[in-house]
Design a protein around this ligand. Structure first.
Ligand SMILES: Cc1ncc(COP(=O)(O)O)c(C=O)c1O
Length: 379
């Protein structure tokens, strides 16, 4: 089977270095808040240009800590795409806030900035005060942040970038993590920069957001030990995960280039086949971290059958995401923009993600594309 994501290929390259880093943690024994966590925060700060970085226990917790830092209150609204992973919206109800679902654009899979105005009006009509927008850099490409930030500024809203998938991407000259007031990423193993367990980080250049998030991630700690300023969580990153990430961060820029080459190769091969598949579009001056390579299948193609066929040829595929978030039981009571979610519904039926990782070889890509072609010819 061609691996959907090949973590072993990467591990083979740097296994000795990772072993060594883990050994150092075992030697000093500071498994929680050890020096590697600070070192990683500093490295991530220079990598992104974000003044403050807070490493934490997962991408979901990073979103939650960001919302705490932004002082969201129960009953307040946050605009979030319906075409995303559950975490993006999940963190709002956890704090009593209200996700307001907005549609995405078909070619980028990200928030449609043209629909922000009507979505804000939808919330107003039902008496929900919107405080912020959460764009999601789905599959690796950051959202159209200039348009989103401008809209936010004009309407007195903050922007929290869910960069769980887009970490490593670029928006014009800026690096993801530094595109809005605050950003959150995930270091889940399958993410572009992943550790060997759960992990995440909050990025901001706003001191107050950082301080609240920092305090909140250790039970709301105050200045002294066992003195508490607020209700918090236990959301620290384990030192061993930080040590692993320090080694992985060193090869991350090179891996991002390799991912781009893989995406270019897919584009070239799929384009030449002329199958009517819509390929991912990256906006000019933006860079995707290529967390996923996701295509939109033509109407007449049965996605399940294609997946079965590819599986029989040892090619794994995945569907991110088969059901719009607002359709799930815990979310179906939350408001949907009056613009509707037509694109989201359509994409959820037609998207397909193909194997994607930096070490995917050109002959494997050709094999995958040939088999897609074979299926299309016979269906
Ligand atoms: C868009 C998005 N947001 C948030 C998360 C949450 O990250 P984690 O799994 O580290 O909690 C993920 C992870 O899958 C994600 O894809």
């Amino acid at each position: 089977m061609i691996p959907f994501i090949d973590l072993n290929a990467q591990q083979k390259l740097i296994r000795d270095k990772i072993d060594n880093r883990i050994k150092q943690v075992l030697n000093h024994g500071q498994y929680i808040l050890g020096p590697e966590v600070k070192e990683l925060e500093e490295k991530l700060s220079s990598f992104t240009g974000s003044k403050y970085v807070l490493c934490c226990s997962s991408g979901t917790d990073a979103l939650l800590l960001s919302l705490l830092g932004l002082k969201i209150k129960p009953g307040e609204g946050v605009i979030v795409p319906a075409f995303t992973f559950a975490s993006s919206a999940e963190v709002m109800p956890l704090l009593g806030a209200i996700p307001i679902f907005i549609d995405v654009k078909r070619d980028t899979f990200n928030i449609d900035p043209n629909k922000l105005d009507d979505t804000l009006k939808t919330a107003k009509d039902i008496g929900v005060e919107v405080k912020g927008i959460m764009p999601v850099g789905l599959f690796g490409q950051p959202a159209e942040m200039d348009l989103i930030n401008d809209f936010a500024k004009n309407n007195d809203l903050w922007v929290l970038d869910d960069a769980a998938q887009s970490f490593g991407g670029k928006y014009k000259e800026k690096i993801v993590g530094n595109l809005s007031e605050v950003a959150a990423t995930s270091f889940f193993p399958a993410k572009p920069l992943g550790c060997y367990g759960d992990g995440g980080a909050v990025f901001t250049s706003d001191r107050e957001i950082y301080e609240i998030a920092n305090s909140s991630h250790i039970h709301g700690m105050g200045r002294k030990r066992y003195e508490y300023d607020r209700i918090g969580m236990n959301a620290r990153m384990s030192t061993i995960q930080a040590a692993i990430l320090l080694e992985k961060l060193k090869i991350f820029p090179e891996e991002l280039e390799k991912r781009q080459i893989v995406a270019d190769n897919y584009n070239k091969n799929l384009n030449s086949l002329n199958l009517g598949i819509e390929l991912p579009r990256i906006i000019k001056n933006l860079k995707s971290s290529w967390a996923q390579y996701t295509v939109v299948l033509p109407k007449n193609i049965n996605r399940n059958k294609l997946q079965e066929y590819l599986k029989s040829k040892n090619i794994p595929t995945a569907v991110y995401y088969p059901i719009p978030l607002n359709e799930h039981k815990p979310y179906n009571k939350y408001p949907v923009s009056k613009c509707g979610l037509d694109v989201t519904y359509n994409l959820s039926k037609k998207v397909l993600s193909l194997p994607m990782h930096p070490y995917l070889k050109e002959d494997e890509i050709i094999y995958i594309c040939e088999n897609i072609n074979n299926f299309f010819k016979n269906n």
